[in-house]
Write a protein that binds this ligand. Structure first.
Ligand SMILES: Cc1ncc(COP(=O)(O)O)c(C=O)c1O
Length: 400
């Protein structure tokens, strides 16, 4: 028997009064997985010492194995972090950057990551080089070639999103990693949006470093992310927080695991929910749910493009798009428009100002259906009449 939309929707804890079209920012956790989270938290409080020293660490291994199988890598090459920014800070701190070294990236990266690289470049004299991506993009091969043409003898690292935050585009990270490897350049992939959203196969991609969030599209509670580092680089990675794992009195399997696993007292229950999240996905046939969401993306994008007078940022296909899409939106005040959508229409959807353009990013998750998109269409029509936004003319609106 098939699973119906209402069965899926009822699994989530979202306020039914809100049209929720922003799974991308912080995810949303189904009750069943959230209860597993609370189960671990209660177990911790029943016997904190036993949990912190025995049950928890054993359970972390089970969770890491489940995650490693999900993203195809070895569990001993993974450590948990609260979020991807934390993971990239570990890496940026550890790279021995010299004056003039270049970190080649794009102008589509997440703001907190830009700040991290700016900080470490400022302190080392290295250069954070953000290659301008001209929109619309056309195909993955051309994109990878253009980015790689920016490599110079100073390029030490390529840092790139797997799926971008402002524009919701899937980047060709596998090809970029392959070419960079041939050129001896370190690859660091920000996959915050990828696990549980699109297939992630770390072994096939073969990056040097990959970080992803489980609390977005894998549906775990917040504060559950990971850092993967290729075995040959692990000994060069310093802990962000110096704790008992540094110069450990009881060394474990590797320095990498010692340094990044013991980080002072913290509640790591969110990490332990990964097996429950994977089980949930299997129970509700999430591959099928995801496919339905992608279908809705492809149906809706042309409608919103027409409504906003704004051309698509990429071809509308599986190469570039998963369960989110962004379009340029013409408004003088993105913050005001975002709050009007929520305050006047009960619609949660991000409107982001990015490098001089405003974008609306629409996420479609299993709990969304056509009625959510219809609500947004109707709100946009009303806001156009009231002058809060204007309709573009489909010409090239992008800053090139
Ligand atoms: C591309 C990208 N990287 C990283 C992040 C992670 O952010 P944080 O570390 O603040 O959870 C996000 C969050 O939306 C993102 O979109």
């Amino acid at each position: 028997m098939g699973i119906h939309f209402q069965d899926i929707k009822s699994q989530f804890q979202l306020d039914p009064a809100v049209t929720y079209l922003n799974h991308g920012s912080f995810g949303a956790c189904p009750l069943q997985i959230f209860e597993n989270y609370q189960y671990w938290q209660k177990l911790l409080e029943q016997q904190p010492v036993k949990f912190m020293t025995e049950t928890g660490p054993a359970q972390i291994e089970i969770s890491k194995k489940a995650l490693a199988d999900f993203i195809t890598c070895d569990k001993d090459d993974l450590v948990f972090t609260p979020n991807p920014t934390y993971a990239i800070n570990i890496i940026a701190k550890s790279l021995k950057l010299n004056p003039g070294d270049e970190i080649l990236s794009t102008d589509q990266e997440y703001g907190a990551m830009d700040k991290t690289w700016n900080y470490y470049c400022k302190h080392s004299g290295a250069i954070y080089k953000r290659f301008h991506i001209s929109l619309p993009v056309s195909n993955h091969d051309e994109f990878a070639d253009k980015l790689l043409s920016q490599v110079t003898s100073q390029t030490k690292v390529i840092f790139i999103s797997h799926i971008t935050s402002p524009t919701a585009l899937i980047f060709p990270v596998e090809k970029i990693c392959q070419k960079a490897r041939e050129m001896g350049i370190i690859t660091i992939v920000d996959g915050a949006h990828a696990p549980g959203h699109i297939p992630v196969d770390i072994t096939k991609m073969n990056p040097d470093v990959y970080t992803g969030a489980c609390h977005k599209w894998m549906l775990t509670p917040k504060g559950s992310s990971f850092l993967y580092v290729k075995r040959t680089l692990q000994s060069t990675i310093d802990p962000l927080v110096i704790s008992w794992g540094y110069d450990s009195d009881h060394p474990g399997k590797s320095q990498f695991l010692d340094y990044h696993t013991q980080q002072g007292t913290r509640d790591y229950s969110a990490f332990l929910t990964i097996p429950a999240a994977i089980e949930f996905r299997q129970k509700f046939n999430w591959n099928e749910v995801s496919m339905q969401c992608r279908k809705l993306v492809k149906q809706s994008l042309p409608i919103f493009s027409e409504l906003l007078g704004s051309p698509p940022l990429s071809p509308t296909n599986d190469e570039w798009l998963g369960q989110m899409f962004s379009l340029r939106i013409h408004t003088k005040d993105s913050v005001l428009l975002k709050s009007k959508l929520l305050d006047n229409f009960n619609i949660e959807v991000p409107v982001m100002s990015y490098h001089g353009n405003n974008y609306i990013r629409i996420s479609i998750q299993g709990y969304n259906d056509q009625s959510d998109l219809d609500n947004l269409v109707s709100a946009i029509e009303k806001l156009t009449v009231s002058g809060d936004l204007t309709v573009g003319d489909h010409k090239d609106h992008y800053i090139v």
